[in-house]
Design a protein around this ligand. Structure first.
Ligand SMILES: CC(C)(COP(=O)(O)OP(=O)(O)OC[C@H]1O[C@@H](n2cnc3c(N)ncnc32)[C@H](O)[C@@H]1OP(=O)(O)O)[C@@H](O)C(=O)NCCC(=O)NCCS
Length: 228
């Protein structure tokens, strides 16, 4: 349950005015403190605000190629503890924890090559709505979103990312979903290349504007994409 913090302010009339500080403010301060300790550059960037442009890609799941079996490759979901452990040993992927906190029930899928964690990719359905932030892509029934794909550096260039997209799309099709959508930062050439290689096609843009002093989970989202 949310607690309200109350402070007493002495007014000239010596009346005590109760000031209720909203729990959300408390959360923001805690997030700012955490960010300040964890990543000063990101903290300063969040003070400045930002403007991010995403390309959106989509395809009917039935049109995404199912990948050929790869020797030594196993796939399973990661537990929260395993994901936190992976983040601890590779702080570059700390953003992966965002979706763990934000998305109800969403799961990261882990692709192991000969027993080593090689790639992570998240699969979201319309049920996986975030608790606090705004969804970049509001999913409709029958749609899935793939995101936060990450190939560990020593496994890059092996085609794992398109393979993961193909694998998760085949799995989602078997589970009765019909369409996949993916958003990639416009400047992320490698990511866009992977998505195209997996068989998705560009279908529009999303612009996300985060005003100064706003936490990264909020902001204004302008969507211009279609489902084809
Ligand atoms: C993007 C990423 C997932 C690609 O993973 P990967 O498993 O190495 O993918 P691939 O081996 O299939 O390479 C994908 C394609 O991108 C190309 N590519 C890779 N890095 C590139 C770069 N810096 N610039 C341009 N193209 C690049 C590859 O040549 C390949 O295309 P090709 O097969 O036509 O030659 C990986 O680089 C990564 O984890 N990056 C950091 C996280 C990230 O940006 N994630 C995307 C979130 S949507």
């Amino acid at each position: 349950m949310n607690r309200i913090i109350e402070c007493g302010i002495m007014k000239p009339s010596s009346r005590v005015m109760s000031l209720a500080i909203l729990p959300v403010l408390r959360r923001k301060l805690a997030a700012a403190r955490h960010l300040w300790r964890a990543d000063r550059t990101l903290f300063l960037r969040s003070l400045r605000g930002s403007c991010r442009l995403y390309r959106v890609f989509s395809a009917p799941l039935s049109q995404v190629r199912s990948p050929e079996p790869v020797q030594g490759l196993t796939v399973r979901t990661l537990t929260d503890t395993e994901l936190k452990e992976a983040v601890r040993s590779n702080p570059e992927i700390s953003y992966q924890l965002e979706w763990l906190e934000e998305s109800q029930e969403a799961r990261p899928y882990a692709f192991y090559l000969n027993g080593a964690l090689a790639h992570i990719c998240w699969l979201l359905t319309p049920l996986h709505m975030p608790r606090r932030s705004l969804r970049l892509i509001p999913l409709r029934p029958g749609e899935i979103e793939l995101g936060h794909g990450y190939t560990f550096p020593r496994f890059r260039g092996l085609g794992l990312c398109p393979l993961a997209i193909g694998y998760l799309c085949s799995m989602a099709l078997r589970l009765g979903h019909r369409r996949v959508l993916v958003a990639a930062r416009h400047h992320n050439v490698a990511s866009r290349r992977c998505i195209l290689k997996a068989g998705l096609r560009p279908c529009g843009w999303i612009l996300r504007i985060i005003p100064p002093l706003m936490p990264s989970s909020r902001g204004l989202i302008i969507r211009a994409f279609w489902r084809k």
